[in-house]
Design a protein around this ligand. Structure first.
Ligand code: NAP
Length: 251
């Protein structure tokens, strides 16, 4: 897949899956704007990525509308347009329903769902011009119910169906797709393993969750994002690509 001269914005590109996505686009020739919450997290990611001449720092809080608009605006101003928006920034905290509060609900919905929508809104005028596309990061938890992460499931289920609705509304100029990973080895799950009473058992349960019996790497998820964003996927829109080792195929 060749992304030479393509202009990409990756929200939540400072760590984890987003970092791997930014790296994969860079390796495929693209220019990449990297978002994260702070200048510090974005600056450190840019240092680690190298290839600074093709990188743009775009820090901003995706949990707020002004943060979404300034992040997308930074990328568009630096590149003079935009070809691909990857809405990857996300938060995920598991808690039983009775222990969940409004702040937790708001944190999930604001970043995972509302922010994703307002990044799309800010980017669409330029994406229509470039006949570009959007790749949203959902989750296998957006395709099925998972006890203990009800609020996260609600946010990611919203991403899956928003992807379909948006794809219909913005076609034929712009394509919109989403990726649904299973467990991926990042800061979103590693501390949960390490802080548990029995880390080996928790990790094994995550490995066993996927019929393919392992946890994914961020780079594996990145490749699926590049495919959906690529010319090779030019007849693909409104679709959901599960990269989950078979976890949503049925139990
Ligand atoms: N890991 C998994 O098992 C898994 C599975 C399915 C789906 N996903 C989804 O994949 C995406 C990436 O997850 P990950 O595992 O890579 O998570 P991660 O390692 O915790 O990284 C989260 C990224 O999102 C950024 N972020 C969080 N809140 C933000 C905000 N308000 N504004 C801007 N950026 C923000 C973080 O920036 P800072 O560095 O500045 O904090 C960081 O770059 C998320 O949407 C997640 O729901 C993950």
């Amino acid at each position: 897949m060749d992304f030479s001269d393509k202009r990409i914005l990756v929200t939540g590109g400072s760590r984890g899956i987003g970092f791997a996505i930014a790296e994969a686009f860079l390796n495929a020739g693209a220019r990449v704007a990297v978002n994260g919450r702070t200048e510090g997290s974005v600056g450190s990611a840019i240092d680690r990525l190298g290839m600074g001449e093709r990188l743009v720092p775009a820090p901003g809080d995706i949990g707020t509308v002004p943060g979404c608009e300034s992040t997308v605006g930074t990328a568009i101003d630096a590149f003079g347009g935009l070809d691909v928006l990857v809405n990857n920034a996300g938060v995920g905290a598991g808690r039983p329903i009775e222990d969940s509060d409004e702040a937790m609900w708001d944190a999930h919905i604001d970043v995972n769902l509302k922010g994703l929508f307002f990044c799309c809104r800010a980017a669409l005028p330029e994406l229509r011009k470039s006949k570009g596309n959007i790749v949203n990061m959902a989750s296998d938890a957006g395709l099925m119910g998972c006890p203990g992460i009800v609020v996260y499931c609600a946010s990611k289920g919203g991403v899956v169906n928003m992807t379909r609705a948006m794809a219909l509304e913005v076609a034929p100029e712009v394509r919109v797709n989403c990726v649904c990973p299973g467990y991926v080895d990042t800061d979103m799950i590693r501390p949960k393993i390490e802080r548990s009473e029995n880390p080996a058992a928790v990790e094994q349960s995550m490995i066993d969750y996927a019929p393919l019996k392992r946890i994914a790497t961020p780079a594996e998820i990145a490749q699926s994002v590049l495919y959906l964003a690529s010319y090779e996927a030019r007849f693909v829109t409104g679709t959901t690509l599960a990269i989950d080792g078979g976890s949503t195929a049925g139990h």
